[in-house]
Design a protein around this ligand. Structure first.
Ligand code: FEO
Length: 170
């Protein structure tokens, strides 16, 4: 194994967090479906696919470094599903939490003098800046739209969704 056990354990913990993020967004997608907000549901499904890709990228990295990929049980997703606004706010909160997790992972790489992992993690550092910015913008738009103009907002989101669908997710 080319990285320390401490580093491998920390990455395995983050793999769980990334898969859980996908699990959470999938649950939110079904909730949005229940609300007949099909475009939001699709947006959450795209989020789920991205999170799975984030997790898989870390799994592949551990394999490349000769470390064990240790998958563990995911918690049941818990969130406020009372409205689409509440779910998007939960998404912002969750992405801020993930940003903090990535930051701590970078700290482990630094303390282990692990340049390869430090370098690998920079992709996630950048990705989190983009994720927090885009979900925060969506949360603002949902507030601006209010409950009566969500369908109009969904129309606006269709373009973003089509663009994301044409991009590689990781
Ligand atoms: Fe993988 Fe949304 O952070």
């Amino acid at each position: 194994m080319m990285i320390s056990q401490k580093m491998a354990d920390a990455i395995n913990e983050q793999i769980k967090n990334e898969f859980y993020s996908g699990w959470l967004y999938l649950a939110m997608a079904f909730k949005a479906d229940e609300m007949s907000l099909k475009v939001f549901a699709e947006w959450f499904r795209q989020q789920e696919a991205e999170e799975r890709a984030h997790a898989m990228k870390m799994c592949d990295y551990l394999s490349d470094q000769g470390a064990e990929v240790a998958l563990s049980a995911l918690d049941q997703p818990t969130f406020d599903g009372s409205s689409i606004g509440a779910m998007i706010d939960e998404t912002v909160k969750h992405e801020i939490f993930i940003t903090d997790c990535i930051s701590k992972l970078v700290d482990v790489a630094k303390s282990e003098n692990d340049n390869a992992t430090f370098n690998f993690l920079q992709w996630y550092v950048e990705e989190q800046v983009e994720e927090v910015a885009s979900v925060t913008e969506l949360a603002d738009l949902v507030k601006l739209a209010g409950p009566n103009q969500l369908l109009m907002l969904e129309n606006r989101m269709k373009e973003t969704i089509a663009q994301r669908a044409s991009e590689p997710s990781a």
